[in-house]
Design a protein around this ligand. Structure first.
Ligand SMILES: Cc1cc2nc3c(=O)[nH]c(=O)nc-3n(C[C@H](O)[C@H](O)[C@H](O)COP(=O)(O)O)c2cc1C
Length: 354
């Protein structure tokens, strides 16, 4: 399958500019997503062939350890195709409360020799109302074959001092539709967003969201929705320590490490292009963040490891560093849509060693 992708499909896709190729891929996957018999048949056959032990984490059951990272299916239009392709979970978004167009194009770039991507999309998405409307028509939490995470971020029009109300607005619309929720404060492409990773602001934001989450669980009479925080790979150890303290204080379910990097190292030292880098260039950096968090928390905080995973070996490095699950995005652009299944199968074979 990956030979077919590399020899036939990828050369065609790579003729297109990266964002047009992405839109084409989403549209093709949307077709699969909306064909119930084919989709469910493929999902059944692929999940069966992976032969993984399900992973229990923050009250959810994941059929295998490999998920799709946020940013590919921002509007929840094609995510069910990834279950068919053998993925163990999908994270949609980032969704913002207000619909927004994102940054001017071009805003996505490939560096094929380095198997790296650069993006400054700027949370282009249809907004929480439209995404909620779409998800409400489908099977909900507990009825799906794989867990669905919803990643939420700050609307560009919301000033930083009104960020809490903006996130709460998205929470209110999307919480009932998510298996888990992710708070994204780590995109480099929304002005001032990463200020929310800093102490007092983060405490205020995460405290308010968990409070709303408790109120919701009392209202619906169930357990709290698992909420995770997604962080950047460019934080100092001191900044990570502060974040971990806040996550423990408010009983967050876990952490996603990491988003794209703003660092410009090696072949990227001199590129004059704004945005976050992902793929091979971020692999070691994000693995180091995973390892640091796992050691610092003595493994007590569930970690989803993401950044530069493009093979079973790179996935294993994240798991060995302390992640319980992994996610992929850039690796799939270079290796093809069956990368998730390939990694999940290989990890399942090695499961005895994990
Ligand atoms: C084009 C593109 C768009 C992305 N959009 C989002 C996003 O909306 N929200 C988010 O949390 N992460 C987003 N990401 C980051 C990925 O989820 C992931 O954290 C990062 O790319 C590192 O993983 P990778 O090396 O496997 O791509 C995006 C990444 C890319 C390449």
């Amino acid at each position: 399958m990956s030979v077919l992708y590399k020899s036939c499909i990828k050369p065609l896709f790579f003729q297109l500019d990266p964002e047009s190729a992405h839109e084409l891929a989403v549209n093709l996957l949307k077709v699969l997503s909306n064909l119930p018999v084919v989709r469910d048949g493929m999902a059944w056959a692929n999940q069966l062939s992976i032969e993984a032990e399900p992973v229990e984490l923050f009250g959810l059951e994941f059929p295998n350890r490999v998920g799709l990272a946020a940013g590919f299916d921002k509007n929840a239009v094609c995510w069910r195709a990834f279950e068919a392709l053998g993925f163990g979970h999908v994270e949609i978004g980032t969704v913002t409360f207000h619909e927004q167009p994102g940054n001017p194009k071009p805003r996505m770039f490939r560096y094929p020799e380095e198997e790296t991507l650069l993006n400054r999309m700027g949370f282009n998405n249809q907004g929480a109302h439209a995404v909620a409307e779409r998800l409400r028509k489908l099977d909900g939490p507990g009825e799906r074959g794989i867990p669905l995470g919803i990643n939420i971020g700050k609307s560009k029009v919301a000033p930083i001092d009104e960020a809490v109300a903006d996130y709460l607005g998205s929470f209110d619309l999307l919480a009932d539709l998510a298996d888990y929720l992710v708070i994204n404060v780590s995109s480099p492409n929304t002005p001032n967003l990463r200020q929310l990773q800093e102490g007092a602001r983060l405490r205020e934001l995460l405290g308010a969201l968990q409070e709303r989450n408790k109120e919701r669980s009392e209202r619906v009479g169930g357990a709290k929705l698992p909420i995770l925080l997604k962080i950047a790979p460019d934080l100092t150890e001191g900044a990570i320590d502060d974040i971990l303290q806040i996550l423990f204080d408010f009983e967050y379910a876990g952490i996603i490490a990491t988003n794209t990097t703003m660092a410009r190292t090696g072949p990227f030292a001199d590129i004059n292009q704004a945005g976050g880098l992902s793929g091979k260039v971020v692999e070691e950096m994000s693995t180091n963040v995973v390892r640091y968090i796992a050691e610092k928390t003595e493994g007590k905080l569930p970690i989803i490891g993401v950044g530069g995973i493009d093979s079973p070996d790179t996935a294993l490095r994240k798991l060995d560093a302390g992640a319980s699950l992994v996610q992929i995005y850039s690796g799939m652009i270079y290796q093809g849509p069956f990368l998730g299944k390939k990694i999940a199968r290989s990890l399942a074979k090695k499961a005895g060693d994990l």
